[in-house]
Design a protein around this ligand. Structure first.
Ligand SMILES: Cc1ncc(COP(=O)(O)O)c(C=O)c1O
Length: 404
């Protein structure tokens, strides 16, 4: 093998014809049984209000995730906002968030008048670095929002210990982590409140949607009321507390039914993604210059929203960078992209004036987003084993020429 064997230089590609992602199931996966439910709801006229599949999801999704309660809403941005409101966080308060996430994680504190404080991530897990949290804590700090990013689970042992020590709330952003667990406990049930997104790209999706999970009855009642214009599931006939300003963020039963059916398929889909990820990891264990995103603990059950890899930049040959490698992988038929390519602060739609947030140095976040991260959507991992093996072959082929 030499550089000229790479498909980018005219060599024979690992995937001839269709590339790996085109050989994987298209996302999202439609399930035939859902069509019947959507017609049932349409004919019933019970499209909104108090509805059948929302009620079922409130019990069954939370049980699957290992939490007592769940409250459902229009998306996974307002879930973060409602979680903050339910915990009494508002103007003057500070909320610690990671440097890498979708902007919703940092916008939510801004929506409630609080200040997001950005701290750096861990190089290997890409999740908030627990070692960087304590220096960012001030008397104004009220909460931490760890994000279980791409395929990793944050180090919740350390985060919960820090929160306990400093009397802080923890809101887990689980937008990427449906079904993920740490030490056997579902994410979203470890901190005070969990926040899930069901936006189109997510592991479970209704196009849009969100929910908060919690084990705490009082938080559940508040989150539900705040998102359901003051109504309650637990205390019928009792009005919300005076001064609790509530939103109308209910979703429809069409969305609930789609998610309800997906729930029945989750264990199987998650197991397949996990099996494929382990297969690639084994096949590229001696490949130079590239490693998998790690999770915090060996017993973490990962959901694999993204399959994420990290370039070991110091091992790349002169002149080789992520831009070149993305083209080289693409030429082999292995589509690996740069993900967001941006930290929260760089994101084009983050137009928040600098005085509204605070940022600690985030060199690891910058390197991960600008230089070293390579990603594929999780549905790649649902492809047949033969495709998965060729993905590993493509990664190995390119990296052997481009790293030492
Ligand atoms: C980490 C993270 N948090 C929150 C959200 C917000 O979810 P939604 O798009 O449903 O509002 C997203 C969505 O993309 C996300 O990736």
């Amino acid at each position: 093998m030499s550089m000229s064997d790479l498909a980018i230089n005219g060599g024979k590609p690992v995937f001839e014809g269709k590339g790996a992602i085109d050989l994987a199931p298209a996302w999202p996966i439609p399930f035939p049984e859902t069509e019947e439910k959507l017609i049932e709801i349409y004919r019933s006229g019970k499209w909104g209000g108090v509805k059948k599949y929302e009620q079922l999801l409130m019990d069954e999704f939370s049980a699957w995730q290992g939490a007592k309660y769940s409250a459902w809403m229009v998306n996974g941005t307002v879930t973060l906002e409602c979680a903050l409101i339910a915990l009494g966080i508002g103007p003057g308060d500070e909320v610690i968030v990671p440097g890498v996430s979708w902007i919703a994680t940092a916008e939510a504190p801004i929506y409630v008048g609080a200040t997001p404080i950005l701290v750096d991530i861990d190089k290997e897990t890409l999740c908030i670095d627990p070692a960087k949290i304590e220096e960012a804590i001030t008397p104004r700090t009220k909460a931490i929002i760890p994000v279980h990013l791409f395929s990793a689970v944050c180090d919740m042992d350390k985060i919960m210990a820090i929160a306990k020590k400093h009397n802080l709330y923890v809101i887990e952003d689980c937008a990427h982590a449906h079904g993920a667990k740490q030490h056997g406990k579902g994410v979203g049930a470890i901190g005070d409140i969990g926040s899930f997104s069901f936006q189109l790209s997510k592991l479970m999706t209704a196009g849009e949607g969100g929910c908060c999970t919690t084990d705490n009855e009082e938080y559940f009642d508040r989150v539900f009321r705040v998102s359901h214009i003051g109504n309650t599931r637990l205390h019928p006939g009792v009005n919300p507390a005076m001064g609790m300003i509530c939103h109308q963020y209910r979703f429809t039963d069409f969305q609930a039914a789609i998610i309800y059916d997906q729930l029945k398929h989750q264990d199987e889909l998650k197991a397949k993604r996990e099996k494929s990820a382990k297969r690639i990891k084994e096949l590229i264990k001696n490949t130079p210059g590239i490693v998998e995103q790690k999770s915090s603990y060996d017993d973490d059950e990962r959901a694999y929203y993204f399959y994420a890899l990290r370039l070991e930049l110091e091992r790349l040959k002169p002149g080789i960078d992520r831009k070149f490698l993305m083209k080289a992988f693409q030429a082999e038929g292995v589509l690996l992209h740069e993900g967001w390519g941006e930290t929260i602060i760089d994101m084009g739609c983050w137009n928040v004036p600098p005085e509204r947030y605070k940022q600690y140095p985030i060199p690891v976040s910058l390197e991960a987003m600008h230089e070293s991260g390579l990603y594929s959507m999780g549905n790649l991992l649902l492809a047949d084993d033969a495709v998965i093996d060729k993905v590993a072959e493509g990664i190995d082929k390119v990296m052997r020429e481009c790293a030492e």
